[in-house]
Write a new protein. Sequence first.
Length: 383
Amino acid sequence: MAILSPSFLVGRKRYVVALSLLATVFSIRLLFPTFSSRFTFSSSFDQSLELYPPNPNSNSPKINPPRPIGSGTANATLVFLARNSDLPGVLSSMKHLEDKFNKEYGYPWVFLNEEEFTEEFVSAVRERTSAPVSFGVIPHDDWFQPDWVDEERANEGRRKMKEAGIIYADSVPYRNMCRFNSGFFFKHPLLQPYKYYWRVEPDINYFCDVTYDPFDYLRDNKKTYGFTISFYEWEKTIPTLWGNVKEFMALHPEYIAPENAMGYLSDNGGESYNLCHFWSNFEIADMDFWRSEAYTTFFEFLDQKGGFYYERWGDAPVHSIAAALFLPKDQLHFFRDIGYRHEPFQHCPRGDDWVRGKCECRSGDGLDYAPQSCIPRYERLFH
């Protein structure tokens, strides 16, 4: 006869206790059939929703209870512009955003590249998420430098910027990317079915749980453009941009919104540009704004000036200027409760936002109130 070990006896005892507990629960359900429909239990219950109620003085979104997996209801997607060589950084960024947000909402991912994605890339990305994933190639004319650009002039501009020590000074692909993000990404066939997007880039970090749906927040509160970091642009990269913006405003005053955010862009009513912009590697926004007549006309006007190649106009100042001028300021939104890092800058929430998000960064650690930040200027728009 085999001798039962002590560990087996302990395990058997636990098994009997477990069966007893299950029998008790089943009996309660028989006695009180409405009990289970009125109360639900979850091992991931977020106690902070009760322990830390929202600060009434905060403009952060109201926190909603946890939702079933795959319950995202907005017409939205996560957009990722990447190359095959970016795969390690892509997977890292996906892990952050899936863990902190999308594993519960299941919003689809759209990946865009100037060339076909490799099987290795496609397979690795699909393994990182249970959400739908699409992969697309960018049309040639939407990505590469147009034929009408004077290459001799453009090359001279790149040379001068390199001598000045400007980052990406001599990079044509960087300029292609800025132009594409300024005027074409939202036209790609894979993005046509969607209204809202969340822009994602390689090697970024999300520090906090996103405990609500930002897309729902934009939709329900009639917001159009959301950001989390704002600072001053490098003036040497856009020396003629504001002069061209002023020319456009004079030609098309009908596009300038009442109650706009000019005060964020300029200290003198638009005579000069103070260089403030929303850092566009994080954007949660409504693509219908970029598809609008006002923005389409604006981008085409700027594009014909050639500044994306003769200088180094970025999509961040182009998007920021358009949003600040063509939208009422109350359609802009600072996602102060979303902790985010893109080297070398970051935003870490404060107070109740930091507690609710279970943030993995030091509260308030970031660019928000540093000398180069434009957040104080943005906040003054509303006070």
